[in-house]
Design a protein around this ligand. Sequence first.
Ligand code: GLN
Length: 544
Amino acid sequence: MNKYIFVSGGVCSSLGKGVAASSLGALLEGRGLNVRMVKCDPYINVDAGTMSPYQHGEVYVTDDGAETDLDLGNYARFTRGVLSRANSITTGQVYDAVIRKEREGRYLGRTVQVIPHITDEIKSRIAAVAKEDPDTDVVIVEIGGTVGDIESIPFLEAARQMIHESGRSNAISVHLTLIPEVAGGELKTKPTQHSVKAMQEMGIQPDILVCRAPTMLDESNRRKIALFCNVENDAVFTSYNIDTTIYEIPLVFFKQKLDQVVLKKMGVESRHANLGAWYSMMDKFKTQKGSVRIGIVGKYMELHDAYKSVYEALFHAGLECGVKVELVKIDSTPLEEGDAAAVNALLGSPDSGVDGILVPGGFGQRGINGMVKAASWARTNKVPYFGICLGMQIMVIEWARNVLGWEDADSTEFNQDTRHPVVSLMEEQENVVNYGATMRLGRSESAAEEGSLVAAAYGEKHIFERHRHRYEFSNVYRKEMLETGLRLSAFTPDGVLVESVEWPDHPWAVGVQFHPEFKSKPTLAHPLFREFIAAARDKKGAQM
Ligand code: GLN
């Protein structure tokens, strides 16, 4: 029988609940357990696909094409378990399913209510994740929001019932709180006590507390928290501020024996911990020499979470290539308008410009010409360039405008009336009217051309990556593009859709229609990001 760990948060949001849950997952995997991660999101959107990146950060796409919360990206980076549509549960999905069943008459005339119908639906969705893989040992369920929020009550009630029904050794509660520091440097435990009280009011006694604090809590504070929060003395842990990387957090918890206490509470015999991959990742971090400056040219620059997986993948590649990656975030809208500061960030003085340019995914017309400008600069100055999804389409538009000389070349997403629609709507998208979950989504195969940069990076012809787009390279212009030297380096296996393009006579420039950032891990950088950073490093090295 599998076990459940419910991870909740209190005091305030943004304490790093996702990273804490993922780090615990990594530790339990290190102990040889088969771990699955689930996120419960209290919002009413059915999925994150229709939310603005400003509201909610990036949309993380799974192999089976679910558009999910960005916390699933954390799970993917820290743990190995398969993530699919089932691993992301939202209030919207739950109500949608219950209302549909009600309309089908499946509640046999009963009054349909939050308890038990909504909570039962939540419970059965959590249990379904465990059932998907009969070898699952532990399901870690992260409950979004903060205890005390109205929205998360049904999820906490479902957790309470599952703890009650499974028995205490089969389901435990891990609660994350904040220990603030007040003037004079004193750490305050009262908000934690209140947060645990709020959990107790929901009928859940946390088994383990993870306290977010500026520094490691001392023994006396830990004992005080244990006493007033009714947890055992060895069950209070500190997630203190670190100045290295979030990927050290599994080791921070390991040193405090979090995994041992969790295993003991769940009655699982302790096995040897194998965290070799995490230690060697930290060794790489500590031995990085020098840095490269990578300009990210996109339109959601103010919010780090909007391109979260891209930034993380760049960091992973830096570990692999032995250099630190300095992110230079360049907003494409002011760049488009010729704003001096934005242009300067990109070009700098001759020796302070960026060593590589990455144009990430995106939607809508704003800032597009700034991206084209950045691509043109990268192409003509032979600066390594990596285009992801929209970033590949930008490469194609730039080529058409500046090499083929079609000034009005564009994607029909941005200009319906262009005489040269070099990027256009995929056929299957033409009659789509609903915006939710209707793009080309999820994992599919691409075939890389022999001798291409893409094939060299993967070391293989068959590549499997995830998509999230409506527009594509327009095959009408394939001939002209090829004749002028643009390289088409990967296709769908039937040869119909262009999946990647490369610039000729250039050190390294690859645009891919898919999203490689979703598959990069700190312990194993994605090959395309690795090659991009290696090219930026080599360019910088050649200049010195
Ligand atoms: N807006 C583009 C499209 O829909 C690119 C999408 C993306 O970058 N994810 O095709």
